[in-house]
Design a protein. Structure first.
Length: 490
């Protein structure tokens, strides 16, 4: 497999191997490795053009050989057609390890790395040509109330998931107060790579490619019933020529209104001087039956940093109210939720009548443990609004004939208008997974899923039909202090 350099990531990975090898010589360590293979077979879609005089106008609108057609005045018409089925095989190798007892009290090392390879097929599955990633690779020094880390880390907060190569220091100032500060080279969200690596190929359009991130957080715990997390984060270009983002967030959880539990969060975009996402959820457990009722109010607005122009178009937020009830009995568990969503004003010209801005949500599901070895799960999701509609159901039967064998069979159905070109058809899917415990430390899993697009009499070719398969072999090694090292139960 061709390995491309990822700079500091490769150095960190080498350090991980060195430290894990040192740990194997007599120090403490634990970890796992997972070998994964995936297969995808699907029919790609292409956009074709056709002359206007070949288009047929009928009850289903404009069509050409059964395909819906879109025509512009004075231009040729276009339609989407499915090509022959193409296949892709990809593989990945994940390794996670934590080592301690490295000659200095409280010192440990943690690494999580992934190697990928394109095994074969007609097309490249997304990121299968990205040979190597180090998701985590840091040394940690823990001295009771003080914890310091150095290397590739990930910050999890109300501002989302953010990775960086750098240092962080956390300290418990008081039993009720903990603070943390961090900073380093910023990684692109979801890619675990510096901007210079992630934007390779577009380098001519990004003269300032890397960025630096700094942040701080505080956690406050009051009277044992209330906790709050405050986060601040700022990101700048590496030559300090421009600001990429500056944001803050607050997350609160409190039981002062007992028996009602309240969680709330809000974030603020300092760069744009506007509120971002926010939500408030109140949960109440009824004193009699095992029923929990939740009421959630949410505001959502898309977030874009200053490296893209999209944030300057003032994305429209939506406001949402959801009511959810869940019941947990000895024989089964079930839930039901419903809500309404309203989109903000778009400030667009009104033609004939204003655009509708409301949407509705309905969800239901349940779990029935028929026996110690058989469980049935089912869920349904219905969402509808102007210009979009979703109706999705799924059912799963899980069976455990032996202590070392798990079998699951799934069935799903999906109907979605105006998105992903499903049109007025429906997608039917089914498949199964098998998990086998080879030993206390080795587990083998695999699965196969088939999806078929039914056009429901519209004579449209199947662009969405797919066949997917996967397998995973997981091996765990090492042990934690005071344990036998056993992982999987037989």
């Amino acid at each position: 497999m061709r390995m491309r350099s990822v700079g500091g990531s490769l150095v960190l990975a080498a350090a991980a191997l060195a430290l894990s090898a040192h740990a194997a010589a007599g120090q403490g360590y634990r970890g796992w490795t997972s070998s994964n293979v995936r297969y995808v077979g699907m029919r790609p879609v292409t956009q074709e053009s056709v002359a206007r005089d070949l288009v047929v106008e009928g009850a289903d609108g404009l069509t050409y050989q059964g395909h819906p057609v879109f025509c512009l005045s004075g231009a040729s018409c276009t339609y989407f057609a499915a090509l022959d089925t193409e296949h892709a095989f990809t593989g990945s190798q994940d390794v996670g390890v934590t080592a301690w007892g490295l000659g200095l009290q409280g010192l440990s090392f943690t690494a999580l790395v992934r190697a990928r390879a394109r095994i074969g097929g007609d097309f490249i599955w997304p990121r299968s040509d990205d040979d190597f990633d180090a998701m985590l690779a840091y040394a940690q020094l823990d001295r009771g109330r003080l914890r310091a880390r150095l290397g590739r880390q990930e910050n999890l907060s109300g501002l989302g998931f953010r990775g960086y190569d750098g240092a962080s220091v956390a300290m418990e100032v008081l039993p009720e107060l903990s603070v943390e500060g961090y900073g380093g080279r910023s990684l692109v969200r979801g890619l675990n790579e510096p901007r210079q690596e992630a934007l390779k190929g577009l380098v001519d359009f990004f003269p300032n490619r890397d960025a630096w991130i700094v942040g701080a957080s505080a956690n406050v715990r009051l009277d044992g019933r209330t906790s709050a997390d405050l986060q601040y984060q700022r990101e700048i270009l590496d030559d300090r020529s421009g600001l990429l983002s500056e944001r803050a967030s607050l997350d609160v959880r409190t039981g002062v209104f007992e028996p009602v539990m309240v969680t709330a969060s809000v974030d603020y975009d300092v760069a744009f001087d506007r509120m971002g996402k926010s939500h408030v959820t109140a949960s109440y457990a009824l004193p009699g039956p095992p029923v929990v009722v939740q009421l959630t109010g949410r505001r959502y607005v898309p977030y874009f940093d200053l490296s893209t122009i999209w944030g300057f178009f003032s994305p429209v937020p939506y406001h949402e109210v959801i009511v959810r009830g869940s019941w947990s009995g000895t024989a089964a568990t079930a839930w039901l939720s419903g809500g309404a969503r309203s989109y903000g004003e778009t400030d667009t010209p009104v033609i004939l009548s204003p655009l509708e801005s409301d949407a509705w949500i309905l969800e239901a599901g349940g779990v029935w443990p028929a026996s110690e070895r058989l469980t049935v799960e089912a869920s349904y999701d219905l969402r509808w609004g102007v210009g979009a509609f979703l109706s999705s159901g799924e059912a799963t039967v899980r069976f455990r004939p032996r202590e070392d064998l798990d079998i699951a069979i799934q069935a799903t159905s999906l109907q979605q208008f105006q998105e992903f070109r499903v049109g007025e058809g429906r997608i039917w899917g089914g498949g199964g997974t098998v998990g086998f415990i080879v030993s206390d430390r080795i587990r083998l899993d695999g699965g196969l899923s088939i999806f078929r697009h039914a056009d429901e009499g519209r004579q449209i070719q199947d662009p969405w039909s797919q066949l997917r398969g996967w397998s995973a072999l997981r091996l765990e090694f090492g042990s934690e202090p005071g344990t036998t090292g056993r992982r999987f139960r037989r």
